[in-house]
Design a protein around this ligand. Sequence first.
Ligand SMILES: Cc1cc2nc3c(=O)[nH]c(=O)nc-3n(C[C@H](O)[C@H](O)[C@H](O)COP(=O)(O)O)c2cc1C
Length: 604
Amino acid sequence: MREQQQASRPGDAADRFTFADTERDVVYRTIRDRRDVRRFRPEPIPDDVLARLLDAADHAPSVGYMQPWSFVVVRDAATRSRVKDLFERERVAAAQFFEEPRRSRYLSLKLEGILEAPMNLCVTCDPTRGGVAVIGRNSTPETDVYSTCLAVENFWLAARAEGVGVGWVSILKLPQLREIFGIPPHVVPVAYLCVGYPEQLLDRPELETAGWLPHRPLFTALHYERWGARSHPAWPRLDRLAGARGRSPAPWPAPVRELVARIGALDRDAMATARAREDELTKPQGSLGRLESVAVHVAGITGNARPTLPRKAVVVMAADHGVAAEGVSAYPQDVTAQMVLNFLRGGAGISVLARAAGARVIVVDMGVAADLPAHPDLYVRRVGRGTRNMAEGPAMSREEACRAIEAGAAILEEQAGLGLDLVATGEMGIANTTAASAIVSSITRLPAARVVGRGTGIDDNGLARKIAVIEDALALNRPDPDDALDVLAKVGGFEIAGLVGLILAAAGRRIPVVVDGFISGAAALVATEIAPSARDFLIAAHRSVEVGHQAVLERLALDPLLDLDLRLGEGTGAAIAMQLIDDALRVLDEMATFTDARVSGRIE
Ligand SMILES: Cc1cc2nc3c(=O)[nH]c(=O)nc-3n(C[C@H](O)[C@H](O)[C@H](O)COP(=O)(O)O)c2cc1C
């Protein structure tokens, strides 16, 4: 079940030192609402305010208490103009590091307020302060600069509480500041800050709202006990407890809650045993690269230190999308049904590749707009006759999205009953890259243009129309990015929702899920927003050509096994990856150890 946000109180001993709730809230608010400011009003900062800010900076922690910082307060306009010239030169030089169209975007960003702000502050570090031997600095000399950065952060936070804005300008050749300010050679300029009352204060970083980069969720930065361990049986999900962005959205409907509750954590013991065996096999340690880590990962998922996954299925979920009416695809809607028939005849790309991988293909009609003839391999779980057009209103109701999730989970359960060790996600649905892009844009908060690709191969005009359709649909339906079910319902699709259910149920059964490309990735994104621990049960098959897929992989912190310029969908990339996973497991299971083969180990 989704963990509730709770303000837990420490025990009696800690209570003596704990702030009152209101005080504590102010501290966290100051930290969360601190922004890098680039647009300033011209009014000067009163001296008493500036004094408090500098005093806050001067109370930063420092290695061995060396207090290495100094502050050059700069109000003179001519001096600031010289710094601005340095910035301009660097800004243009740095543009070469970006490819178009990102280069033009970079050049259009406002990245400083050197002249607009009434004052600047140059913060320096003196590595000689505190004498030759400073406690803690001798082993790690950089700690003097770290300490100086903490002084900057203190200044920045105190400024937020005073309503003063601070912008850090690093697009400068810092040593050149030495000459401008007469800083002695042994002193290092560390930070150059613009300081003044802000014109506006955004509630999110400007680079995030401008679509440059999304906020990485806390879980991508969290490791439990060991690097790479995203969860641990003995640990709660700290990222969820922290309450991303301080909000707690509506609880999931009961069936979804049940699916989430079944998902456990990776089996660390099985992983440790598998890793130990990998290291014992007759090869230099780590020399089989990702094959080794995949096998260890599968050991963690299955709880079996020497797993084999003979019973495989690619589940292809198909559905139609009302938004196809907006001309966002190069193919007509009828193609969805025609391709389903092709799957059933065994003639599609996925039919061939699944055969090669030894995987059965399960085709699920989650909501195709046409009537399909009965077929023993076709599972009919229709939630509707295609979704509604998201350009005119929500694609589905929350209830329909939930039903589709349940149907997807039930398919997994059914297949598990027949014997299933490894499952791959596949999909078919004309216009479903539009739905997937809308989901990804909403959840990652990236602008549509950053995540929309050509899908089945639309031309430039088609691409521009697709972007506009998605932007309009997001503006009209206003999905809540903190509520993945809302996003799924308003701009998703039946087959995507079905895959969400499939993924959650597979994770709950400790069955590894091989996630195909962009559409499947959008489903995985929704699934992990609903249940972050589901992420540990996913194996990303490949990096799709669809641009938005990269954003999905980054958000999920998943490294795909293959990069083959695929963009077909259907589960094709996942089927290929299944063979690779088999190879990885065969190595773990069948290769001889140094002891078995009487081969000498490494010379220590
Ligand atoms: C060391 C450092 C250097 C930075 N340099 C620049 C800069 O040159 N120009 C700029 O506009 N922002 C700069 N920033 C601000 C970051 O882009 C900003 O902190 C980040 O986007 C998060 O936004 P927020 O500070 O508003 O939360 C810098 C931040 C740090 C910590």
